[in-house]
Write a protein that binds this ligand. Structure first.
Ligand SMILES: [Fe+2]
Ligand SMILES: [Fe+2]
Length: 198
């Protein structure tokens, strides 16, 4: 969708998303969604996926975080996204694809990403948790959760238990290529941190 109307619809979705993300922690704010959108566009173009579906799914994928009315934030975000997209005038075909992607972007809901667009959203979301931006988000989240830098239940343990394993679960080759140098930067950061704390 490149027409003026399509851009208007997209801007309407960004505007609505902004309101939802204003109530979220800064690691999962509109800026996160906008960066996931950019990663998503890049991956969708490289992998031949539906760019509109990926863009919409990225913009709305975390709107249901905190205060989730459903079991998980992915399910809650998917439900909210369906209502928003219907009101914005998107076709049911697009809405179903966006819903499938959002519901599977986090493993907590127990859904596997099955469509190419769902796989791309999953990968794009993980790419925003690596590199310098990933570190910034990690420490922002740590601040909200009250995590220390290192030790038990810390920023470092979250990194080791979750972020370090992401590359084993990425679905697309394009994401893995983009992931590697950003992951390497993070690994070096933790090595440096330990030389400073010893
Ligand atoms: Fe999420
Ligand atoms: Fe996310």
């Amino acid at each position: 969708m490149v027409s003026e109307t399509a851009q208007d619809h997209l801007q309407q979705v960004v505007h609505i998303a902004r309101g939802f993300y204003a109530r979220k922690d800064r690691a999962h704010d509109l800026e996160h969604a906008l960066r996931v959108r950019e990663w998503g566009i890049k991956l969708a173009m490289a992998e031949g996926a539906d760019v509109t579906v990926v863009e919409l799914a990225a913009l709305l994928h975390d709107i249901g975080r905190s205060g989730a009315v459903e079991k998980t934030h992915a399910e809650s975000s998917a439900g909210l996204a369906v209502n928003i997209l219907r009101k914005a005038g998107y076709s049911e075909e697009i809405i179903i694809k966006v819903k499938k992607a959002i519901i599977a972007h986090s493993r907590e809901a127990g859904y596997e990403p099955e469509t190419l667009e769902a796989k791309i959203l999953y990968d794009a979301d993980k790419l925003d948790f690596v590199g310098a931006i990933g570190l910034g988000r990690l420490f922002t989240l740590g601040g909200v959760k009250g995590w220390p830098l290192i030790g038990e239940n810390s920023c470092e343990s979250f990194y080791q238990e979750k972020i370090r394993g992401y590359h084993e679960h990425l679905f697309t080759k394009s994401a893995l290529t983009l992931f590697k140098p950003l992951f390497h930067y993070m690994e070096e950061f933790w090595q440096e941190l330990h030389t400073e704390t010893i």
